[in-house]
Design a protein around this ligand. Structure first.
Ligand code: 1GP
Length: 246
């Protein structure tokens, strides 16, 4: 197991829940990314994720380097595809979109990425990525050309998460999609948590610290928020972190 995952697991084993800030290189400028990176440590953020389901920017690698230079926090790639790789990150969520049946996102991108990941020396965090239906068509659903799991089919979500664990994945990511109308429901989170041993990450449509807290109380080990800060600015960053850490 790599250093970053080990650190995450140790923290969770101690009973802590973690807050990961998602930065989308398409949405934030270089100066903004630098400023946010500098503020993250003080706010108590546990790690920074960088990625987008459909990246337009050509300077992603530079932005990751800039982040690394301006924070001691782990910078983890959360890539929508092979073109988002960067040697400057600490680790990569090596995601397989297991709720979908599109071979490209189940294995193909991974084969394209693997030799580059090795060359870059990136720590890989094998992650089962599970999309949950959330009220509106999200970018990740459209771009991946996969169907999300209906949010009332809890047993289907649990089955996918168990399969992820049995396949040796180290994390499961319950994803409503960036800017989702409805975040992943608490009953899904608690059922998944009851059934799997690997850490449960939850993201998509979490717009308030109170909602983040409710997801933690339901069993989420890691909360991911991006869209709220892109739209409303970073004023509530500390409140989000405190709601998750409390
Ligand atoms: C998206 O789960 C992450 O992949 C975060 O979602 O941008 O809606 O916070 P938001």
């Amino acid at each position: 197991m790599g250093k970053i995952l080990n650190q995450i697991n140790k923290n969770i084993e101690k009973g802590n829940s973690l807050f990961f800030l998602l930065l989308d290189p398409d949405k934030e400028s270089m100066p903004k990314m630098r400023e946010v990176a500098e503020n993250c440590e003080e706010a108590g953020v546990d790690a920074i994720l960088v990625g987008s389901s459909f990246l337009i920017s050509w300077d992603n690698g530079e932005k990751v380097r800039l982040l690394k230079e301006n924070t001691k926090l782990p910078v983890i790639l959360f890539p929508g595809g092979v073109k988002q790789l960067s040697p400057h990150a600490d680790a990569i969520l090596f995601l397989s979109l297991i709720s979908g049946r599109n071979p490209r996102w189940l294995i193909e991108e991974h084969i394209q990425a693997a030799p580059i990941v090795k060359k870059f020396g990136l720590e890989t965090i094998p992650t089962g990525y599970v999309l949950i239906e959330s009220g509106k068509l999200t970018s990740v659903v459209f771009v991946s050309n996969t169907l999300p799991i209906p949010s009332d089919k809890v047993e289907l979500v649990v089955a996918h998460c168990l399969a992820a664990e049995y396949l040796g994945m180290e994390l499961v990511f319950l994803e409503a999609g960036s800017g989702a109308e409805r975040p992943v429901p608490e009953n899904i989170i608690s059922e998944v948590k009851k059934n799997v041993k690997i850490p449960v990450m939850v993201g998509g449509g979490i717009k308030t610290p109170d909602t983040a807290r409710k997801k933690v109380e339901a069993g989420a080990d890691i909360i991911v928020v991006g869209d709220h800060f892109e739209k409303q600015g970073y004023g509530l960053l500390k409140e989000f972190v405190e709601a998750v850490h409390r």
